[in-house]
Design a protein around this ligand. Structure first.
Ligand SMILES: Cc1ncc(COP(=O)(O)O)c(C=O)c1O
Length: 399
């Protein structure tokens, strides 16, 4: 059929293929050192343990594992998540919690349940492309608020709220933000909760990296301070166990959750039962906190190494954030330079990163920022790759 594009829905016709996915195609070139991914270190997956558990579950509980499950999630895993979030002080008995097919699905279910076309969503800039695309698909009007060293700019947020009465949701990755690595201060979290009361909006607190702290002190989640059911909290097993299992969880007001469960029934009926049973057996047979401790240590070392290499090899006018956890740090060149153009040059020299444009609401404009992931490359590749990138940057922006 010709011109099938004309038949595309308004929901999807403006979506661009993720630039990150386009970059992944180039990464197939042998020898490329990639800092573009957003994945955990595959060497740290507990493969042997999961293989044994998978065989055991299929052999001994196969009739459950291979059967339809309930939409809310495999009951033992769901209860384990509820107990963990309760013990961490994040949720209370007022909240409903379900298992979803990754935190990404949780964001989309909540967006679908709340947004009418033209409703306003305020996002951090930069932000996570999966969240942005979900709001785009739900025909939201998206407004950006800049991220400062201690989290989103709450003065700008209030200006936006005064200017736009259609705002229904604020989307924030308050802890070890993707892509900036920045963590929002406690004061700003409290301020946002106050603003949510004054201007009557919901807060989407997306926290897939919160358990990956390797420096500094924990900051309470907004959900833990949420008195009136304004916060929808998204968590994930992707970064603490395995993204391939596709397991996440959502906690929020029970009435909203009821809508989300119906939406999930439309989308995928329920989350993969086998995955849920494997994860449950892993967290009960093994010490998940010891496993997370190992991840924190390795990511802390790699982040430190990447920062040291940047400080040594990058031109002084290229700055970077100093994350206390998570998987990313964010670099900023002087504003006249476009990181997409620099990316092409870096790829020619065998190094990849994510240009800032993919993390912005207007993803067609030029930005002088880029995201660097430190979790997947080996330490040797971090040393070599950052040095090479430093040479490319010096060619572009000078010393
Ligand atoms: C900020 C943020 N939210 C949500 C997700 C989705 O994670 P998943 O669907 O694998 O749980 C990601 C994944 O990279 C992310 O960076």
């Amino acid at each position: 059929m010709q011109n099938i594009q004309e038949k595309f829905s308004d929901k999807v016709k403006h979506l661009e293929a993720s630039a990150i996915r386009e970059i992944f195609k180039l990464l197939a070139k042998p020898g490329i050192i990639s800092f573009a991914g957003g994945a955990p270190d595959p060497k740290l997956f507990p493969k042997k343990e999961l293989a044994e558990i998978a065989a055991d579950v299929l052999n001994n509980q196969g009739e459950v594992a291979l059967q339809y499950g309930v939409t809310e999630g495999y009951a033992p895993l769901r209860q384990w998540v509820i107990d963990r979030l309760t013990n961490q002080g994040i949720i209370s008995e007022k909240d409903a919690t379900i298992i979803v097919s990754g935190g990404q699905q949780g964001i989309d279910l909540a967006a679908k349940s709340l947004l009418n076309p033209g409703d306003g969503v305020i996002c951090e800039e930069p932000s996570f492309i999966g969240g942005l695309n979900s709001f785009r698909c739900n025909n939201a009007e998206i407004y950006g608020v800049p991220v400062e060293a201690d989290g989103l700019d709450t003065d700008k947020l209030e200006e936006l709220l005064k200017a736009h009465s259609n705002v229904k949701i604020l989307y924030t990755i308050a802890t070890f933000q993707n892509p900036s690595g920045i963590t929002m201060s406690l004061e700003k979290r409290k301020k946002i909760l106050e603003l949510a009361e004054t201007y009557d909006f919901m807060i989407f607190e997306d926290n897939p990296y919160g358990e990956l702290r390797f420096a500094g002190e924990d900051v309470p989640t907004m959900k833990s301070m949420d008195k009136n059911g304004r916060v929808v909290y998204f968590g994930s097993f992707s970064k603490i166990l395995s993204p391939g299992l596709r397991l996440g969880f959502v906690s929020c007001d029970p009435a909203l959750m009821e809508r989300m469960i119906i939406c999930k029934q439309v989308e995928d009926v329920h989350t993969n039962v086998l995955s849920q049973m494997i994860a449950y057996e892993f967290v009960t047979r093994y010490d998940i906190d010891a496993h997370i401790g190992k991840l924190r240590q390795v990511y802390g070392e790699k982040c430190q190494l990447m920062m040291e290499m940047m400080d040594k090899h990058f031109p002084s006018c290229v700055t970077h954030t100093r994350p206390e956890g998570g998987l990313f740090l964010f670099c900023t060149m002087p504003e006249q330079y476009d990181s997409k153009a620099v990316m092409q040059k870096a790829l020619e020299k065998g190094v990849a990163f994510v240009p800032g444009a993919t993390t912005m609401i207007d993803d067609k404009a030029s930005y002088s920022t880029f995201r660097m992931n430190y979790s997947t490359a080996s330490k040797e590749d971090i040393i070599r790759g950052v040095q090479t990138l430093g040479e490319v940057l010096k060619e572009v922006v000078g010393e």
